[in-house]
Design a protein around this ligand. Structure first.
Ligand code: B16
Ligand code: MG
Length: 210
């Protein structure tokens, strides 16, 4: 391995919980059943695809595309209010130490996230200038499980997929990594599902397998 491509939400930071709370508020307002099991299906998929999954339990009058876009915007406004309160202290000490040690060992480090809020999150965490490459929801046309976001990250690093490891918390993200020809290490939900080449209990375990 020469490069490590990190998913963001649920891998480097706990913004996945903020996504859940923001979607939960929207769903409750619309009287839609939404729980953490459904929330796990939203991991790694785009904002509009997430909304469509939530609307599977909506039985009111059909919504227009404009109304759906407004709902997604409402959720994003609530979500960004949570992001705005984050600071570098929200980057776990062990996460930061793991990143620093991987850098010290000479790996090229990148982000591969479906989120359009990636630049804002990295700025809030004090990581705006840390990574060698950032591929996110702003430079892709297809979200995970399509491998596009990771293939772009590898391209930005100047490395072939076979020399990069993808680190993911989402089943859709692990599928994307495999589809792109990457080695995949999982944490969180994807690790519990056992879909990685390596299924870790916590991110610092990367230091044992690399
Ligand atoms: P946004 P990741 C993904 O980020 C999240 O897992 C997913 O829940 C979210 O819908 C998606 O980003 C889009 O996020 O609304 O901020 O553009 O896990 O790929 O880092
Ligand atoms: Mg994630």
């Amino acid at each position: 391995m020469k490069g490590i491509i990190f998913d963001l939400d649920g891998v480097l930071c706990s913004t996945d919980e903020y996504h859940y709370l923001a979607w939960k508020r929207l769903a409750d307002g619309l009287g839609i059943r939404f729980d953490r099991a459904i929330n796990n299906r939203l991991r790694g998929v785009s904002r509009m695809e997430s909304l469509e999954i939530i609307l599977e339990n909506y039985h009111g009058k059909p919504l227009t595309d404009v109304e759906k876009a407004e709902l997604a915007e409402q959720k994003n406004t609530v979500y960004r209010e949570s992001l705005a309160k984050m600071s570098p202290a929200d980057l776990g000490v062990e996460i930061r130490a793991t990143l620093d040690e991987l850098r010290r060992r000479g790996y090229r480090l990148a982000i591969g996230s479906s989120s359009k809020n990636t630049p804002f999150i990295l700025e809030r965490l004090g990581l705006a200038d840390f990574f060698d490459a950032v591929s996110d929801g702003n430079n892709i046309t297809r979200s995970k499980p399509d491998p596009e976001v990771f293939l772009k990250a590898a391209e930005f690093l100047g490395l072939p997929p076979g020399e990069c490891m993808v680190v993911e918390d989402a089943v859709s993200g692990a599928q994307a990594g495999h589809a792109g020809g990457f080695t995949v290490a999982c944490v969180g939900d994807a690790s519990r599902a056992g879909v990685g080449d390596y299924n870790l209990t916590a991110l610092p375990e990367l230091l044992k397998i690399l």
